[in-house]
Design a protein around this ligand. Structure first.
Ligand code: GLC
Length: 455
């Protein structure tokens, strides 16, 4: 039964392959014959990540290398976009291969200039860097990263991430919808997922960049300092557990000057009433976002899991986050692993925060839907923290629904029991996440391809 499901997942992975001039360069987001939206016929950088790790684990390195090359090539297309400002270093959210009438192929890319809502794909350059690191670790082909095109890309990414801004904190400030949640969901500012990806990017770029002069050396020093400051900052100010909630509950506000505790002027009544009863004593998690008078108390799965995986969370925090998953299994894993964020914005908030986006109604899609793709970072984080039993349990429940339901993109409902209202079927990262979860359970050394793990 497991084999049939995995065979089917591999069938989908192969069917989804995109070629350019005869070379495989990526995969479509979905192979759904009903094709609701053209953009699912593109290769999204973030969607390709689990496919790339599956390929590396199987020793098929060519497609990953071609993908890395193609993204750099697509980046060059940004120069022709007169109307939009695409900063050097920004990688496209997605690319596709257009056929001209004479049958010749042309690479096209979306930098947010075509995306629904025109959101900025901040995470693409980060995932690209993390994947380059994984490729180099797996193949030992350090030469690829040393080529001028790659060095230039890495330098541009670091320069862009570290450029001066008005900010005084080490976290990275981004606009709305800059990552997997690529619609209005109140995730602008300093969302956790971006901070985890930023942290890993600084580590990878630091390992792969070869300084050519003093300017490069200064850039790398700044990267190292920022990475260390980011780690302490997130570990202290994003962390939420009962003692911290108790402290916030009794915060005095309007502190200034050298005030040590309530530096963001968090108002005690911002703590949702249900939260202190929901977080067990031995658990905790990283908040969704932190800023002036703001703690977003929602639990965002991908941000927490990537923080564990990349070592942004401490070992103790990692352990407690997994305790929370275990204690609140129905809320955070549900019928089909796993919930993208918890809880959903309720009806009133939904209207104000999402702009009444019908796709993001409470307990649907990004607003508390369940996403099979999140299985792979969950399994990876559980294995890294020595909690294999949790990984096994999640994989088992994914098997009960996802293959039979034809690899939906997401599920709806408080416990994720309904197939997503507007979900695509044959969503490729739903299938590759299951393959990758099995590969990691069979051989946890695959984790060493990722930052946060010694090679
Ligand atoms: C949706 C998701 C995004 C994903 C894309 C393609 O827009 O929000 O994260 O990359 O679909 O699957």
């Amino acid at each position: 039964m497991t084999e049939t499901a995995l065979d089917d997942a591999y069938r989908l992975l192969h069917e989804a392959e995109i070629t350019l001039d005869g070379r495989p360069v990526g995969v479509l987001a979905a192979v759904d014959p009903r094709w609701r939206r053209d953009n699912y016929r593109q290769c999204f950088v973030r969607d390709f990540v689990p496919a790339a790790l599956v390929h590396l684990a199987n020793g098929s390195t060519d497609i990953v290398r071609n993908f890395l090359d193609t993204v750099i090539e697509a980046r060059g297309l940004a120069r022709d976009m007169a109307e939009h400002q695409v900063q050097p270093g920004v990688m496209p959210a997605s690319f596709w291969v257009a056929e001209d009438s004479d049958g010749s192929q042309r690479l096209r890319a979306d930098f947010g200039d075509r995306a629904i809502g025109r959101v900025a794909p901040v995470d693409a350059m980060m995932w690209w860097t993390i994947l380059l690191c994984a490729y180099v670790r797996h193949t030992g082909d350090a030469e690829l990263a040393r080529t001028p095109r790659y060095q230039q890309s890495l330098r541009m990414i670091l320069t862009l991430c570290l450029q001066g801004s008005f900010e005084i904190f080490p976290t990275l400030l981004v606009p709305e919808g800059a990552f997997m949640i690529d619609r209005r969901m109140g995730v602008d500012g300093h969302p956790l997922e971006i901070q985890a990806l930023f942290y890993a990017t600084l580590e990878c770029a630091h390992t792969l960049c070869e300084p050519a002069d003093d300017e490069d050396r200064a850039l790398l020093e700044r990267a190292a300092r920022r990475q260390s400051a980011l780690r302490s900052y997130v570990r202290s100010y994003y962390w939420l557990d009962l003692p911290r909630l108790d402290q916030i509950h009794r915060f005095t506000d309007e502190d200034f000057d050298d005030a040590q505790t309530n530096i963001f002027n968090i108002h005690p009544h911002s703590v949702p009433l249900w939260l202190s009863d929901w977080v067990p004593d031995d658990s905790g998690y990283l908040a969704g976002n932190v800023g002036p008078a703001l703690i977003d108390y929602r639990f965002f799965a991908q941000g927490n899991l990537l923080s564990i995986l990349f070592g942004l969370a401490s070992d103790d925090q990692a352990h407690r986050i997994l305790n929370l998953f275990e204690a609140r299994w129905d809320d955070l894993i549900g019928a089909v692993p796993l919930k993208i964020c918890f809880p959903a914005l309720d009806d009133g908030e939904w209207k104000a925060i999402t702009g009444a986006d019908p796709k993001n109604r409470p307990w649907s899609y990004h607003n508390g839907g369940n996403w099979p793709v999140l299985l792979w970072p969950f399994v990876a984080a559980a294995l890294k923290s020595g909690r294999r039993e949790l990984a096994d349990r999640a994989v088992e429940s994914a098997h009960k629904r996802v293959p039979q339901d034809k690899w939906p993109e997401y599920y709806d409902g408080r416990h994720g029991r309904l197939t997503g209202h507007r979900a695509h079927f044959n969503q490729v990262w739903s299938a590759t996440a299951l393959i990758l979860a099995h590969q990691m359970l069979d051989d946890p050394s695959i984790l060493q391809l990722l930052p946060g793990h010694s090679a």
